[in-house]
Design a protein around this ligand. Sequence first.
Ligand code: P6P
Length: 337
Amino acid sequence: MALRTLARYLTEEQRDKGVITTDLKFLIEIVSRACQSISVAIGKGGLAGVLGEAGSDNVQGEAQKKLDVLSNDILLDANEWGGHLAAMASEEMDLPHLVPHRFPKGEYLLTFDPLDGSSNIDVNVSIGTIFSVLKCPEGADLSTPEAAEAAFLQPGTAQVAAGYAVYGPTTTLILTVGDGVAVFTLDRELGIFILTQEKVQIPADTKEFAINMANQRFWEAPVQRYVGEMQAGKEGPLGKDYNMRWVGSMVADVHRIMTRGGIFMYPLDSKTKDQGGKLRLMYEANPMAFLVEQAGGAATTGRQRILDIQPDKLHQRVPVILGSRNEVERVTAYHGI
Ligand code: P6P
């Protein structure tokens, strides 16, 4: 059986099934090659002097790591010349990056978190790149970066593709174009992503939860109740013992859930209430919610479906509860929805 590469999978989705356009196929291939470059840069770590702080802050007010800035530049450089994009937005940039006038503009918008889990870079724990693709609205005002922000403010249901690369023991790309979820593992000798799983299905139930327990005193009552019930184990109301995992990289925690089920929570709490939550909607919550739903899971803020949120700011933050459907529905029900 011939190897099914990412290029072959995308050709089947485009030519045979008509799910995506040739431009979207091209965009995804370019993003995958940028992720390969990021993987190489990360793999060098201290050997290439790319660890540590960049000496600058991002729009979130977070100190940028050298690899945050490098990964962002890799994605910008890879995508701006191809003619498939109108603009890009990133966690690392205050405003959208417009395709320079010397290049043709295309019909898509790309958002990304170029390197999610930065606090784990210097300690050699899995990190990743998250991306999301929208169509650029007809007649969008792209005259300035400030004006272009409005074009991005679309609900997650408008995404035409989403994915992430996880840079762990393997470099793996997880992708949806709205036709289920496929997993590609990088063959480093060939330099090609090879299909290793398709039609991913997240188990509806789980015994594994992911949350930062250090925030427990800040949680709202429904989350206190739910986590308390899981901690009560077999003798408690849920009638089974649970295990806990918290990597500190959303990509790594979500990938575990895509692989064996689980529930991931970064809920609203009294610490993040004023900001609306911790995780960002446009390039963390929305792409992950699209992937999780395409794999049969669920993704809510605790009070509403994440993909239904109408954004009003590019760097908007939201609470995130996602993963095994029955568990997400339980804790969402506890919020009185
Ligand atoms: P905390 C990484 O900075 C990130 O955005 C996600 O990848 C991760 O799940 C979360 O924040 C970790 O947050 O508060 O546990 O450090």
